[in-house]
Design a protein. Structure first.
Length: 89
């Protein structure tokens, strides 16, 4: 029996609080969009990560261990229909 290494990737919901100052609702919306983009591009740890609802999984790769090293079996393999943005979710 061969040993296989499986790497799974999935999405987690993360939340970050951001404080902005604005003179109107429309200005607040625009500033919030800019601040949100900056927060999402940041490598800092968010305020909260929801770990109880993992979503949109993908098998990043499956490798088989052999005497000469690892042999790639497959990569980027979808295995469920839980796609973020689908009507079914």
């Amino acid at each position: 029996m061969a040993e296989y290494i499986v790497k799974v990737g999935f999405w987690l919901r993360a939340y970050q609080g951001i404080a902005i100052d604005a003179d109107s609702d429309s200005e607040a919306i625009e500033k919030a969009k800019a601040a949100t983009k900056k927060a999402m591009e940041s490598s800092e740890v968010p305020d909260h990560i929801e770990i109880d609802e993992r979503r949109q999984g993908i098998i990043a790769y499956i490798d088989c261990k052999t005497l000469s090293g690892l042999r790639s079996v497959t990569t980027n393999l979808e295995f469920d229909a839980d796609r973020i943005g689908d009507e079914a979710t």
